[in-house]
Ligand binder design. Sequence first.
Ligand SMILES: [Zn+2]
Ligand SMILES: [Zn+2]
Length: 268
Amino acid sequence: MQNKTIKEDFHMHCRFSTDSHASPAAMCEAAYAKGLTAICFTDHQDLGFDDPNWFRFDPEAYFRELEPLKRAWAGRLEVHIGVELGLIPDDPRLAREAEALVRDYPWEYVIGSTHQIPVEIDGCRCLVDPASPGEACRSWYHFASVTELMSVYYETVLKNLEQFTLYDTLGHLDYMLRYAPKELAPDRFEDHAAQIDRILQTAIRKGVALEVNTGGLYKGTGKTNPEDRIIRRYLALGGKMLRYGADAHRPEHVGFGFDALPEYDLQK
Ligand SMILES: [Zn+2]
Ligand SMILES: [Zn+2]
């Protein structure tokens, strides 16, 4: 059965993200052509990378470019201006930086994402982003299994949820699974059940929505992030706030896979 109910894509990137070349206008046109009624740009502001320009952009330039687009599309497509914050826990300096960034600009929507995890390399605690090809080998192979890595990932997500109060939605909860190398033993979901429950309960208590991110569907994992059983667990625990996003970095991925999603029942 085709899902025709999801008309909003609240997670997309354009050329303000260092991993996208898309023009903002092209993203709007793609959304309109797909029949969406609202979108939100959520370009990357990742804290704590060694290179201070990596995954950062100038918010002034961002608003200057997107605000006219918002006005131009009014009445046909709601265009919102948001941000995807890449968070790192246990670092007061970065926490202050994130708070200032959220406070100082009129973001309409903030996604909190965990892209980097702490890994012990040669006795030093390093933060690595396993999605980055240069860092993949530095990070994955310090873990004996995907299960071991995902435990660290979920622990980091929970800390980011507990230590920050500045975001609306928890981005792509089990995201790290997208990049799991096939050589490692696969993840054992059951091992994380208690951790995942704590994350979902914390999100519910803090009024943070859960994102259903379809990026994995065009990256070939065949699953949303988080996967269906986590979304159903969230609903079973009483969660009622789902936000949908395709994490498009190119126009053709806007709204990707929305029509294939289950119609989750938020009324129970
Ligand atoms: Zn992300
Ligand atoms: Zn994203």
